[in-house]
Write a protein that binds this ligand. Sequence first.
Ligand code: NAD
Ligand code: FE2
Length: 395
Amino acid sequence: MTAVNANIAAPRMLQVGGGAVKQIAEVLGKFGLSRPLVVSDPFMVSSGHIRHCLDPLAAAGVVVTVFSDTVPDPTDTVIEAGVAHLRNGDFDCLIGFGGGSPIDTAKAMAILAAGGGKMRDYKVPFAADQGALPVIAIPTTAGTGSECTRFTVITDTERDEKMLISGLGALPLAAIVDYELTYSVPPRTTADTGVDSLTHALEAYVSKRANPFSDALAVSAMALIGTHIGTAYAEPRNAVAREAMMIGATQAGLAFSNASVALVHGMSRPIGAHFHVPHGLSNAMLLPSVTRFSISGAKARYAEASRRIGFAGEGDSDAASCGKLVAGLETLNKALSVPSPADYGIDEAAWNGKMALMAEQALASGSPGNNPRVPDKAEIMALYREVWTGAARNA
Ligand SMILES: NC(=O)c1ccc[n+]([C@@H]2O[C@H](COP(=O)([O-])OP(=O)(O)OC[C@H]3O[C@@H](n4cnc5c(N)ncnc54)[C@H](O)[C@@H]3O)[C@@H](O)[C@H]2O)c1
Ligand SMILES: [Fe+2]
């Protein structure tokens, strides 16, 4: 392992376990907080899932206001509306309740409310270290790990760009990690969010900024997710699998927040911005090809990842383990019914037409610079092309 000067940051408190969401009022109380604005999305409200957050608060006498206009892949315009809502009330904290989208919305609201201006003023390399209010995150997918990362990802609607915003202003004060909240996640979202977590762990492990702290978390997360993702997908109410996936997602979040993600995420965000593919699904589309491209930069690490995920055995050589990693990721995509970009409904001419811009946006995010093999623009475009044709060939 390369010696690095690592900056490690994590929420001050995680309440982890089945049913932990019932302790929400106690968690607020520990920090002297009592006037939350709950940030969620329309489905969480219409389906009634939001009651898991609101009922225990009401039982404790906490008066709650809900902002539920979050959209998938949250936009700068939604954040501005959220900040206006925030200014209309007397709130002392934000509770992000839902998948990565509501949690990222709450984080971005705190950052924009602190500094004003436009959301794009805060994108990397800006250090978004200030938040107007503390954020308590309660994930209901397993998942983005956003509950414990120093990142928020917001779409610039004028430029069709998913911006990475990084800094301590985006790091939640506390999180409640309750796997029972994920029982209701449908199989497609279980697969997509689970592959997102696996990608976080793998990219943290091979990142140029990997360190002993992120490694321990990444290795544990890869084993948990590799063992349980298939069961969580096939059996939504399997408690053992759901708990393992939730813990794996949070560990992977802590790992990549302290080591960064790399090329898969750099290339994934533009696909999300231009073609509205769910984040984990675009990661899955990219993962086998980008891994094949990157292995030469960190063979021993990719080989170890392959063993931890469970694709290779302890007795396999590094070369054999790396081969099994790419094959294993392709097999996993088939098992999880990951569509090709074409099957997802993306038009080939539109894909080809956007490849140069997507490659530029990927490079500008900085994530490819952390990859063990750093690509140039032409290599990223070739990878986008391979993801199109390779997926078609494997179908
Ligand atoms: N901040 C970070 O560190 C970080 C890391 C990775 C991804 N992200 C971002 O997170 C977003 C994606 O988050 P996501 O994958 O969790 O998806 P999401 O929050 O957009 O949710 C996807 C869908 O699942 C539904 N859902 C959520 N919980 C549910 C439950 N318990 N039962 C039933 N349905 C449920 C939602 O209502 C929504 O329709 C993207 O914008 C991505 O860029 C952020
Ligand atoms: Fe991600």
